[in-house]
Design a protein around this ligand. Structure first.
Ligand code: SF4
Length: 225
C-alpha cells in the first residue's frame, strides 16, 4: 500500500474508532471536580502521577481554604503542601500551583490565559495540562491531551508509531476532527482503564478489536469458538 492510501486507511479507521468510543462511552466529561478555570488548572496539576479520584478527595478542603488564584498565591506554602500531600510529589506540586497562581494574578489579571503559548509558561503546565484546561474550562480544542492511557492505546491501535507525547499529539491532530480532540482523549482514557489496561488488555471483550492491529487474535478466536 502506498503512503497516501495507507494514511487514508488509518484516518478512516481512526474515525470508526471514534464513532465506537462515542457509542461505548456516551458521557465524556472531565472527571476532576472544579468550579472555576483556576480550580481546574490546580486540579490538573495535582493529577500528575495521581488518580483523579485522589485529587477529588483533596480539592474540596483545598478550595475551601484557598478558593481562587489570589488566595493560593498568598498561602503559606507549608499549609498548601499538607493539604495536597496525599497526591504525591506534594512539594513540587505546591510550588507549581502557587507559582502558577502568582503569575495568573500578576500577569494575567487573575484569569487563566486562554492561549496555549501563555499557559505553557506557567509553572507546572505542559501541553497536556494546557489542553485539558483550554478544552474543559473554555471549550477551546487547541490540541489532543496525551496522557499515559492515550499514549498506550494510540500505539496499540496503530494510530501512531511515536512514543513522544508531542509527536503522538501531532499525529492524532491530523487523524481526528478538531471538535473531537478533547472528547477523544477522555473516551480513550475510559477505555484504557476499563478494557485496554497497561498490564493485560482484555482483547476478548474489546469492541475495537476488529480495528486494532495489536488485538490478541488467540483470545479472539477462543471467543469466536
Ligand atoms: S483489541 Fe486489545 S490491544 Fe486493541 S484496543 Fe482492544 S484491548 Fe487494546
Amino acid at each position: 500500500m502506498n503512503i497516501t492510501r495507507k494514511w487514508a486507511a488509518t484516518k478512516q479507521r481512526a474515525i470508526e474508532i471514534l464513532i465506537r468510543l462515542k457509542r461505548l462511552y456516551p458521557e465524556a466529561d472531565c472527571t476532576l471536580n472544579y468550579q472555576t478555570p483556576v480550580q481546574l488548572l490546580v486540579a490538573t496539576i495535582l493529577s500528575a502521577q495521581c488518580t483523579d479520584e485522589r485529587v477529588n478527595q483533596v480539592t474540596p478542603e483545598l478550595f475551601r481554604r484557598f478558593p481562587d488564584a489570589q488566595a493560593i498565591a498568598h498561602a503559606e506554602i507549608e499549609e498548601l503542601e499538607q493539604l495536597i500531600r496525599s497526591t504525591g510529589f506534594y512539594r513540587n506540586k505546591a510550588k507549581n500551583i502557587q507559582g502558577a497562581c502568582r503569575a495568573i494574578v500578576e500577569k494575567h489579571n487573575h484569569q487563566v490565559p486562554k492561549r496555549m503559548e501563555l499557559l505553557v509558561e506557567l509553572p507546572g503546565v505542559a501541553r497536556k495540562t494546557a489542553n485539558v484546561v483550554l478544552a474543559n474550562a473554555y471549550g477551546i480544542n487547541q490540541g489532543v491531551t496525551v496522557d499515559t492511557h492515550v499514549k498506550r492505546l494510540s500505539n496499540r491501535l496503530g494510530l501512531t508509531e511515536n512514543t513522544d507525547p508531542v509527536k503522538i499529539e501531532r499525529d492524532l491532530i491530523r487523524l481526528l476532527p478538531q471538535e473531537d480532540w478533547e472528547n477523544w482523549s477522555i473516551r480513550l482514557i475510559y477505555h484504557g482503564r476499563a478494557v485496554c489496561t497497561a498490564k493485560k488488555p482484555a482483547c476478548d471483550r474489546c469492541e475495537l478489536a476488529d480495528l486494532c492491529p495489536a488485538a490478541d487474535l488467540s483470545l479472539l478466536s477462543n471467543v469466536l469458538g
